[in-house]
Design a protein around this ligand. Structure first.
Ligand code: FES
Length: 367
């Protein structure tokens, strides 16, 4: 039976979900912190926009638009001087706010600014906010407050499908129950943390004959929690375990031209003290790495050839519908320009007007 639940309209075309030309304003991963040394500048293309990222002597990571505001030279070829970046061509120098602070041919620098973007560095990753001012913190889940973590980076990956389609596999309970042959019946409950974050969770009692689950029950207790928290529809934090042991597997993604996913895996668990605690965490994180690799490998084969749509949802698809609806209520930006779709249309109108005016002037001159 078809069911049109949670105001889902399977006919209306989504503006954000599974679209390659738009994305949600938010925090996106750029590079692992360890891959950018002090005094180094690198080119990166994030969500279609060319940027440079550099690290000055104060160790702060700075992100600017890639091309010099003077004549368009790539700033990735520039040189770091202290905490500032000097363009390689005419040697104009820009500070960490993008302000031009030196023009060698002039006594005073002119009032020019390279476009900079808000940057954060946490969990071993450099992140960029794709708007003027961050409206939300970096992705987190509620029980992270006032906690210290051990973490390790997993691999970088790319998969031939849209990030939304990849990440919603974590709430596709039909698939989880059937494909993974889980002996646990999974029913998810949703909670919206804020405009950009939604969490789905379940606590399941273990009544299984499976050897591993019986072993688990012997050492811990009979319940196992599973939750998945989405930020901007492109970072998912999967948490499972019990009160003593929680493992967080984070897949943070962004879309590549053509609709592919480029992602980075991150594993986290609460910090433990002492040699024994460190050893336990090392094992948990290593286990997490293996699980995350396995999840990606399993999904890769299926998603490569999938053409996603949801024409005939059933009740078990409710979480997917809630995820899509939550995503559609967020602020969409256009790939490459990072502007609101309306702003992009306005820019095109202005360009057309300018072209018309130039044509009119040319005709006047030729007359
Ligand atoms: S192009 Fe960069 S200073 Fe001229």
């Amino acid at each position: 039976m078809n069911t049109n639940i949670d105001n889902f309209n399977s006919v209306r075309k989504p503006k954000i979900f599974n679209q390659s030309a738009s994305f949600v304003e938010g925090w996106y991963w750029v590079l692992p912190s360890q891959s950018l040394f002090v005094g180094e500048v690198k080119p990166v293309t994030i969500l279609g926009r060319d940027l440079v990222v550099y690290r000055g002597q104060d160790r702060r990571a700075i992100i600017l638009d890639a091309y010099c505001p003077h004549m368009g030279t790539s700033l990735a070829q520039g040189k770091i001087e202290g905490n500032e970046l000097r363009c390689v061509l005419h040697r104009w120098k820009f500070d960490a706010e993008g302000i031009c602070v030196d023009v060698p041919d002039l006594d005073e620098p002119i009032a020019v600014k390279a476009k900079t973007w808000p940057v954060a560095e946490q969990y071993g990753i450099i992140w960029v906010w794709t708007g003027e001012t961050p409206q939300q913190p970096l992705p987190f889940v509620l029980d992270w407050e006032n906690q210290e973590f051990d973490f390790t980076l997993g691999g970088e990956f790319s998969i031939n499908c849209h990030p939304h389609v990849l990440l919603l596999q974590g709430i596709d309970t039909q698939q989880i129950n059937i494909v993974y042959k889980l002996p646990l019946k999974m029913v998810l409950e949703k909670q919206e943390l804020n405009q950009n974050a939604i969490i789905f969770n379940t606590i399941t009692n273990i009544n299984s004959k499976s050897f591993w689950l019986k072993l688990y029950r012997r050492f811990f207790n009979s319940s196992l929690s599973y939750s998945i928290c989405y930020w901007y529809g492109t970072t998912s934090i999967i948490t499972f375990g019990n009160d003593l042991t929680h493992l967080h597997i984070i897949f943070t993604t962004r879309i590549l031209p053509g609709g592919k996913t480029q992602g980075q895996t991150l594993l986290m668990c609460k910090k433990r003290q002492g040699m024994f605690g460190k050893l336990i965490n090392k094992l948990i994180l290593r286990l997490g790495k293996r699980i995350s690799d396995r999840l990606l490998k399993n999904h890769d084969q299926i998603l490569q050839t999938m053409r996603f749509y949801l024409k005939n949802p059933i009740k078990a698809d409710l979480s997917i519908i809630q995820f899509i609806n939550h995503l559609e209520r967020q602020k969409p930006l256009t790939h490459e320009t990072w502007l609101l779709p309306r702003e992009k249309e306005r820019e095109e109108e202005v360009r057309e007007e300018r072209e018309k005016r130039e044509k009119w002037r040319d005709e006047l001159v030729n007359d």
